[in-house]
Design a protein. Sequence first.
Lengths: 319, 303
Amino acid sequence: MAEFVLEFEKPIVELESKIRELQNLSDSSNMNVDEELSVLTKKVEETKKAIYDSLTAWQRVQLARHPSRPYSLDYINLIFKDFLEFHGDRRYAEDPAIVAGFAKLDNQPVMIIGTQKGRNTKENVFRNFGCPHPEGYRKALRLMKLADKSCVPVVCLIDTPGAFPGIASEERHIGEAIAVNLREMFSLSVPVLAVVIGEGGSGGALGIGIGNRILVMENAYYSVITPEGCAAILWKDRAYSAKAAESLKLTGKDLMELGIVDEIVKEPLGGAHKNYEEAAALLKKAIKKNIDSLKKMSGEELKDQRYKKYRSITYIKES
Amino acid sequence: MALFRKARYSTLNPTDKREDQPSKKKEIPHGLWEKCPQCSETIYAKQKEENLNLCPRCSYHYPMTAWNRIKLLTDEGSFLEFDADMESVDKLQFEGVAPYLSKLEENKKKTGLKDAVVYGTASLDERKYVLAVMDFRFLGASMGCVVGEKVTRAAELALKEKLPFVIATASGGARMYEGMLSLMQMAKTSGALERLDEAGLPYIVIMTHPTTAGVTASFASLGDLILAEPGAMIAFAGPRVIKDTTQAKLPEGFQTAEFLLKKGLIDKIIGRKNLRNELSLCLEYVTSSCKVHSAERGKAQAK
Ligand SMILES: [Zn+2]
């Protein structure tokens, strides 16, 4: 597959290809290009730093949607072992837009729930672009309740444009499926960690997102509506998507300031898609640290802390 | 991928023109006469207002204001409002086409409300309960922090007083001006309802036109009983979003209360003329439980 390059990534990619050309030249002609190479290499690093230190909200949204970005199953394979996936909601169907099952984080058993996108057209048809139907949420809840019974922490990996807006989805009550998950996740007596690894698309993300802690990866976003949707409604023009992305305050940093997100998980320079192993190592460290500290709390304390966390998200005026 | 970049929590515009929407005023001079969107009969506005906002000919259910709804569902003089002074703030300092604060002011003036929910305690046929009512006129009853906080406090009040909780919903979805704070209200309200459920206290939802998006995907769908008014639009994603995403032809009557009754979401559709009596009967049945304060207590307080 040809590398997918975002507009703002282009200067870096151009410099990198120059470096490769020079290396080829030196290999084939015995010319000494060490000096030029070191200048260019330095320039790449500077350019990367300049670009990634000042990403706009809209650029982060694009990184979060980058087609080469690691998805839930990539992280599951790189971070956990003995993943035992389970299927079906016992009501209607299996929904491949959500993967779920037991796994081990080193020796700590966990229940993983993750929305899963496809890497190509065929996979995306199967995974429905990571947009779950009601069955996905019902399967997730069924297995979270099993985790509760098994005294095993729950780790939710969130990467979805949103719950699927379709006829079947509505007929089988997608709103109710999400609502029940929201309510029932408050009743779990085990640690619940929600991590937005890519796209945190509104209610579809929240439907598996009620955690004791909410983590957001550096180039992920979490929003009540897509910037495009917001632009179309407020400005009546999708060209205002970048502006909407800014206004919506959807980056990890903004959400930490609002008291919604607890921690930002660092990514390799240039984004998680540049180095899967490094991204996974950083994520693993963050998951482990949080699970270890949450495990010290009792079931009642966990429920109480989870309720208070959301209960406190209130900005109002009372005279 | 453009396929899925559509609004999901937007404020929906119901296709039909209903009362209290500004567009109506332009179409009908003096607001004296209007055309019923269901039977097309030209009706005298006052006649409709005196008839619970129902079309006198076909009983089309026009939306009701929060205070008229409260009047319909409570014993006279029994409603005691809580947190009447709670107001929204522009925490995000949202940079949009129009400033959020001016939108709020405009809607306060238009409706006489501070935001889209009114809640408090009341009695119905001398049975005490907690009632929250949403008013679609106020920014499409979109859910921001005030809506979420009032619904949460209403649930907590019911929990504290051991009373049943009834809510009449209507909402276009999230309050975009409050961004993720708006989404978090879905979590907060559902968390409060988990505690109510855990305590064994009954929760009744009356879905009115239109109940959509984030409200549908949280407290509106969590009722022990889910009642609905005839013809109410009830949805998670709006019909336009579904059409744009899937290119599918939508079934007849899709996303109406009647459709969802058939599909198993709604317990019962109740016309407005019967709503008071049937809600009273529901309350009678659910309060016969030992966990809820008895009818006697309600009577004592009403006197
Ligand atoms: Zn009519």
